[in-house]
Design a protein around this ligand. Structure first.
Ligand code: HEM
Ligand SMILES: CC(C)=CCC/C(C)=C/CC/C(C)=C/COP(=O)(O)OP(=O)(O)O
Length: 283
């Protein structure tokens, strides 16, 4: 296996965004950001996310072989062995938990573990191949990243982290179902019951819009509950309108083109929302 293939196993861009999710949970509750804590939290989350991603590569190697997008992956081609993958996943998760526990506390480590557990056990092993609700429950993986970050700070006010965890939970289906429209034939070929395979593109587009209405509503709660101020509130309202605009366009024209744009829009939506949390709290 080449170094490039090894890095591919870690799903690095996703790991970095998971770390950013945790950093947002930290930034939402801390009074003064400590750069050292922020870097150690990033390291722990990247290790935990990468561990989960490696396990996913190993577990899904059979169906990855059947899908154009994933057929060249190291575990699908046999460049990496399952034994190596499981060992690497275990080492990375132990390393992430050790950093989380020794640098912070056992609550951070627990939420890091639970995020990985939801993604690996609930989504990858249990639901992904069985039922279209896989992404709804699997979305909790990102929620635990927020809570892991908030647990860095020894505080008792969990309302804002819980609301942000709800936002992450609701963001995930809007993020993934748009991509699933693009990948529908791949998933049908592999026998994976993603929503578009089960109900078609048009009804999936309606599901995305309905889910995003709940997502945008939840994103306004930190402002309406007085947990964050107008800088965040306007950011949430503006990004929410843009996301819903893409979703409405997809409902009107449920094509691969607009599904691609909806998926592409889901990441900057979350990124700008995270920036709004930081600007409101620390600017
Ligand atoms: C169970 C929940 C999730 C599922 C099933 C899911 C699904 C996916 C899939 C299939 C891709 C395309 C990957 C590829 O082709 O390489 C993707 C990309 C991505 N996801 Fe998600 N996602 C989930 C949760 C999350 C979370 C919680 C985050 C971050 C907060 C996230 C951030 C991203 C990013 C940044 C990309 C683009 C990665 C790249 O360009 O390589 N995802 N997601
Ligand atoms: C706190 C913590 C450690 C959280 C873990 C969160 C995590 C790793 C989420 C993974 C998100 C993701 C890209 C899933 C894709 O799986 P897939 O199998 O549907 O995608 P694929 O077909 O591209 O492999």
């Amino acid at each position: 296996m080449t170094f490039k293939q090894f890095i591919e196993l870690l799903k690095p861009r996703i790991a970095l965004m998971i770390a950013l999710t945790a950093v947002t949970g930290y930034g939402a509750v801390v009074d003064k950001v400590d750069l050292g804590a922020l870097l150690l939290l990033t390291l722990a989350m990247v290790l935990g996310s990468a561990a989960s991603a490696v396990f996913n590569h190993v577990w899904d190697r059979d169906i990855d072989r059947l899908m154009r997008r994933t057929s060249k992956r190291p575990m699908a081609t046999g460049a990496g062995t399952p034994a190596l993958g499981f060992a690497l996943a275990a080492i990375l998760m132990v390393a992430g938990l050790t950093v989380a526990h020794s640098a912070f506390n056992w609550v951070v480590a627990l939420h890091l573990f639970l995020g990985g557990f939801v993604y690996v056990a609930v989504y990858t092993v249990w639901l992904k191949r069985r039922h279209w609700t896989n992404i709804i429950l699997g979305g909790a993986a990102g929620s635990f990243a927020i809570l892991a970050g908030a647990a860095v700070v020894n505080q008792t006010d969990w309302l804002l982290p819980m609301v942000l965890a709800l936002v992450l939970f609701l963001w995930t289906p809007s993020h993934f179902w748009a991509l699933a429209i693009l990948l529908k034939e791949d998933y049908r070929q592999a026998g994976v019951p993603m929503l578009p395979v089960v109900v078609g593109d048009q009804r999936t587009a309606w599901w995305i819009l309905a889910n995003s209405l709940a997502l945008v509503g939840s994103s306004l709660l930190p402002w309406s509950l007085g947990l964050l101020g107008p800088v965040y509130g306007f950011t949430a309202a503006a990004t929410g309108l843009v996301l819903l605009g893409f979703n409405i366009r997809l409902v009107m024209t449920p094509t691969r083109f607009w599904a691609g744009w909806n998926f592409a829009a889901s990441m900057p939506y979350l990124l700008v929302l995270f920036i709004g949390v930081f600007l409101d709290k620390h600017w």
